[in-house]
Design a protein around this ligand. Structure first.
Ligand SMILES: *Cc1c(COP(=O)(O)O)cnc(C)c1O
Length: 353
């Protein structure tokens, strides 16, 4: 028998009486607002924003085919990851499990909150080791963080593995789908009705093109969201971000076109990179970046920097030795990259002659 959601929540969060504003308590309609010490002179941001981002959630819910009550928004998914850890984990006692290598914030958030952590090493092709991922479970294991497509490796986790973890992990399963829009694998959002312990994360920072707005999305049960709402800062998403996000999502065609172009550039880079002699290996990617192995990642990083191209060094991570993570850019930026890499191989080969 698995533990109930309520028994996974921190007791202090169960007891917590959240901050409440007059505006969120007042249900009627009024036109004189003297409750929040705001400046009364109108601009587009003199008032506090909607604490529950109803209009934005309605649009997101419609696009993702869920109920608005199953959507939670954060100031980036980074904030949501922090809120989830604080919601379930007792500092110094409880523990998170997380796939490794993956997105660095799971670890950082655990450290900030003094929560114990168990990295789950990936095996061949950066897949999960199901047995290891689930062994020695204790009362203290509250959350497992999975990422698909995974950052920085680019691969998706097998659906059968995700289902196995959802069935056999006695705690909250967070599946971070920051790169879902680039992937051919269907999102697991459709599973939230079947798995009360599932939280799916997506973000407006990657495919949607709004990293500057800071809007992350969580899809999960109404029950879990009621606890996340108790913890979140009351006005965690600014009015300007909310209204720009609404405009952006209403103009979905532009986003679709950009995603298509990024995917076709991914195909072009995949085919070209493989034939460049400085490139030792390109890992297949379902995201908007490639993990690329070189003879010497450090030298390559410097060389590219000299050509004013910035990429991310991931070479210290297990399984990513001598690897750089390269984001897919605009076609002309990708040309710059390819050109630089081709010249590198030329310089190398003449040097060694
Ligand atoms: C970029 C990224 C995020 C961060 O998203 P924000 O919404 O910008 O905070 C979350 N998860 C993964 C795996 C990412 O790569």
């Amino acid at each position: 028998m698995k533990r109930t959601i309520e028994s996974l929540i921190r007791p202090s969060v169960i007891r917590l009486k959240p901050f409440s504003s007059a505006r969120s308590e007042y249900e009627g309609s009024a036109d004189v607002f003297l409750d929040a010490n705001e400046n009364p002179f109108e601009s587009s941001y003199n008032r506090y924003p909607d604490p529950y981002q109803k209009e934005l959630k309605n649009i997101i819910a419609q696009q993702k085919n869920v109920d608005p009550s199953q959507v939670f928004l954060g100031n980036g998914s980074d904030e949501i990851i922090d809120i989830i850890v604080r919601c379930f984990c007792e500092p110094r006692r409880d523990r998170i499990r997380y796939m490794y290598p993956s997105f660095g914030m799971y670890e950082v958030v655990a450290d900030i909150n003094d929560v114990r952590k168990l990295p789950l090493d990936l095996v061949e092709n950066f897949e999960l080791d199901l047995t290891k991922s689930l062994e020695d479970q204790s009362e203290a294991d509250k959350i497992i963080f999975l990422c698909s497509p995974n950052n920085p490796t680019g691969n998706v986790l097998k659906l059968e593995h995700l289902l196995f973890i959802l069935d056999h992990f006695d705690g909250i399963v967070v599946i971070d789908e920051a790169y879902a829009d680039f992937s051919s694998q269907e999102s697991v959002i459709r599973l939230i009705d079947d798995y009360p312990n599932l939280i799916v994360l997506q973000t407006m920072s990657k495919a949607i093109g709004a990293a500057g707005l800071r809007i992350g999305m969580a899809f999960t049960s109404k029950l879990i969201i009621s606890y996340l709402n108790k913890i979140k800062p009351p006005y965690n998403i600014g009015a300007v971000s909310q209204s720009l996000a609404i405009k952006l999502l209403q103009n979905g065609e532009k986003i679709e076109e950009e995603i298509m172009l990024i995917k076709s550039e991914r195909q072009r880079l995949w085919e070209t990179l493989k034939n460049i002699s400085a490139v030792k290996y390109v890992f297949p990617s379902e995201a908007n970046f490639f993990l690329v192995r070189f003879q010497n990642a450090k030298n390559m990083l410097k060389y590219l920097q000299d050509k004013s191209i910035v990429v991310r060094d991931r070479s210290k991570l297990p399984g990513c030795e001598e690897c750089l993570r390269i984001t897919i850019g605009k076609p002309e930026e990708n040309d710059r990259l390819l050109h630089a890499l081709m010249n590198y191989s030329y310089a190398e080969s003449t040097f060694h002659r």
